[in-house]
Design a protein around this ligand. Structure first.
Ligand SMILES: [Zn+2]
Ligand SMILES: [Zn+2]
Length: 336
């Protein structure tokens, strides 16, 4: 059973995964790029290689039995989960240390049946399906009272942490609210107490006014280079009107606009940055907050162009070699 341990100084939780307990040599092996030609468990036809599907989208005209090949998108439990779905949290204090069982859900969303198709090669309707899958899995996992936060993220490329070449994203349901999120929640709550407005809504208003850092916008979403970008070409996608969670407007049709914005930004980054490895993360309200006027969901996209080095590790302070205004110009100008 993996364990969650809390750093007693800064209240940061860490997953200690004893089952993944690896000999030192493993890390050298793991650094190798994904082997070409290996049989891929996420390809259509290889459904038996994964745990059974927990959600699937098939073409409208097709009604195949579960775990058969005619699918457009498929969600399965991770075969090598960071956290385990079974068991109680069993919170314990040992002297000054706190720990609990590593209980959680870890799922993999196969975004396409085709091995070589990436998000940028898919129609917007397929990206829209992705958000529908995120919604369905989140709503299902929300029923489990042990979970406090659901993190949805994507690693594209081995440099960005992907261990499978086949385009996929992941979902991890956690029994704690992670530090990065609680920092955002506390920060936006402080801003709200002071000004009585949502800081993200204010960012949307000011960026729309100044027009210096808008990469792309459609009717409902804005893609910007954040003013204090940590990384070159870091991009955030935010709903223009206040929404605390990506479940706030959860009708299928509403996900078209976020899918269009995400797809456009990724295509622009692919062209300007020559298909970079990247991560994206969905920041949304933790489960126990409801109707929050101060928190506003968004997607953070980080192309992996620089490495964290001693200064960043030592300080949590980033040196970004590309001013966000310049990154915006490059991304704005390229046609996709
Ligand atoms: Zn594949
Ligand atoms: Zn807002």
């Amino acid at each position: 059973m993996p364990e969650l341990r809390k750093d007693p100084i800064i209240d940061r939780w860490v997953i200690i995964s004893s089952e993944r307990g690896q000999r030192p040599v493993f890390f050298a092996e793991e650094a190798e790029p994904v082997k070409p030609g290996a049989i891929c468990p996420l390809c259509a036809g290889n459904e038996a290689m994964t745990p059974p599907e927990v959600f699937v989208i098939r073409p409208p005209s097709i009604s195949s039995p579960p775990n058969s090949p005619d699918w457009l998108l498929r969600v399965v439990s991770n075969k090598f989960p960071a956290l385990r779905i079974e068991g109680e949290l069993d919170k314990q204090g040992i002297g000054l240390y706190d720990k609990m069982n590593g209980v959680g859900a870890h799922e993999v969303i196969a975004e396409t049946p085709l091995h070589n198709q990436t998000l940028t090669g898919m129609p917007v309707s397929s990206v829209q399906n992705l958000f529908i899958a995120y919604r369905e899995r989140t709503l299902d996992l929300l029923k489990d009272r042990r979970f406090k936060f659901i993190m949805i993220f994507k690693n594209q490329g081995s440099v960005a942490g992907a261990s499978l070449a086949h385009s996929h994203s992941q979902l991890i349901a956690l029994p704690i609210i992670p530090k990065r999120l609680s920092e955002e929640i506390t920060g936006s709550l402080n801003y709200y107490k002071y000004r009585d407005r949502c800081v993200f809504c204010d960012i949307v208003a000011q960026e729309t006014e100044e027009k210096q850092r808008i990469i792309y916008e459609n009717e409902h979403f804005l893609a910007i280079s954040p003013f204090a970008s940590r990384f070159p070409f870091e991009t955030w996608i935010l709903p223009k009107r206040h929404e605390e969670s990506f479940l706030s407007s959860r009708h299928d049709d509403n996900y078209f606009f976020v899918a269009d914005a995400l797809s456009t930004v990724l295509k622009k980054q692919e062209k300007v940055l020559n298909s970079p490895p990247y991560n994206f993360m969905i920041h949304t309200t933790p489960i126990e907050l409801k109707n929050t006027a101060y928190y506003h969901w968004h997607i953070e996209i980080i192309p992996r162009l620089t490495k964290m080095a001693g200064f960043e590790w030592g300080t949590g302070f980033y040196i970004n070699p590309t001013p966000p205004e310049e990154a915006t110009t490059f991304l704005q100008e390229v046609d996709v």
